[in-house]
Write a protein that binds this ligand. Structure first.
Ligand code: ATP
Length: 307
């Protein structure tokens, strides 16, 4: 049964880190098969959908990186509104305001998060009551990382990353180092192809060791597998060699392990507890090897309508 339409709906949506990212060889369609373990972290964007009398979605954005966010219909939040409205046979008369805290082009699925948030917000705004499985299918149309932004928690992603199976995860604490500038995800995959050309790229598979460590909630067990778990890390470091200094600075400041987040250039540091997180964040900022830091915990809930 559909809920009654509202005049404005706000959805909170988390960023992600890939605690494993196994990348296969390029497929004939140019995409890569992945086996990736997504973890949602407590670093959020909020998207507010407000009814308008217009004939298409409009977008505004506030936050430290908002000048880098497109405000036209290429914004994933606008595309989400259009896709949902087309399915329902209605006009996407909506304004989407994004309160942005997730780094832009940072490998933390910020645009994907806004797409999932806008889909959920518009569904509630228009009182559509779209079934969860259909919302997930629409998310997959919008992009490989969008379904996980809706789901949250921890999940194994296969295919392009859009086929999700929830997995068990204990509580972990993280510090993220935001880099100067962004990295284009397609450019990082192209660099991966260049670096692996002529080699036998194995079929990507989830690591049983990593899944066990994640479920255990033991930070030392997870730290032991993290430094070699991102198959895109070499490509990101090849394009941005200075990230090696950020990784070293985080470990020197007391992190248990560091890795590049997704396609980068944000780096993620696993720390023992909330107290250690504050210390590692201060050490990273003092090192001058990053633009800013964010202290977070995982797992975080997926996209959620706020009361
Ligand atoms: P991923 O981790 O999924 O590869 P990312 O976090 O590295 O993505 P995004 O923040 O999603 O990167 O931004 C990638 C590009 O997407 C941006 O440079 C921007 O042009 C475009 N974009 C479209 N919609 C948004 C949005 N709502 N927020 C940020 N960027 C957006």
């Amino acid at each position: 049964m559909s809920a009654a339409p509202r005049t404005a709906v706000t959805v909170r949506v988390p960023a992600k880190v890939n605690v494993q990212l196994a990348v296969g060889a390029a497929r004939p369609d140019g995409f890569h098969d992945l086996a990736t373990v997504f973890l949602a972290v407590s670093l959020h964007d909020e998207v507010t959908a407000t009814a308008t009398t217009g004939d298409g979605p409009t977008v505004s954005c506030e936050g430290p990186d908002s000048d880098q966010v497109p405000l036209d219909r290429t914004n994933l939040a606008a595309r989400a509104a259009e896709v949902l409205a087309a399915r329902a046979g209605i006009t996407p008369a909506v304004h989407l305001h994004i309160a942005k805290n997730i780094p832009v082009a940072g490998g933390m699925a910020g645009g994907s998060a806004d797409g999932a948030a806008a889909l959920l917000a518009c569904d509630a705004l228009w009182g559509l009551g779209t079934p969860r499985e259909e919302l997930l299918a629409l998310c997959a149309e919008l992009g490989s990382d969008v379904p996980f932004s809706l789901l949250g928690g921890a999940a194994l992603g296969t295919g392009r990353g859009e086929l999700l199976t929830p997995v068990a995860a204990g509580v972990f604490h993280w510090v993220f180092a935001v880099a100067h500038g962004g990295l284009s995800t397609p450019a990082v995959f192209r660099e991966f192809d260049r670096l692996t050309e002529g080699t036998d790229v194995p079929v990507p598979q989830a690591s049983p060791e990593l899944l066990a460590a994640l479920a255990s909630g033991d930070p030392d067990a997870l730290a032991a597998v993290l430094p070699r778990s991102n198959g895109l890390q070499a490509a990101a470091l090849s394009l941005r060699p200075e990230l090696a200094q950020t990784l070293a600075a985080g470990v020197a400041a007391g992190a248990l392990a560091g890795l590049v987040s997704g396609s980068g250039p944000t780096t993620a540091f696993l720390v023992r507890d909330a107290e250690a997180a504050v210390k590692v964040a201060a050490g990273l900022e003092a090192s001058g090897t990053c633009r800013a830091t964010r202290v977070t915990a995982s797992p975080a809930a997926g996209a959620t309508v706020l009361a």
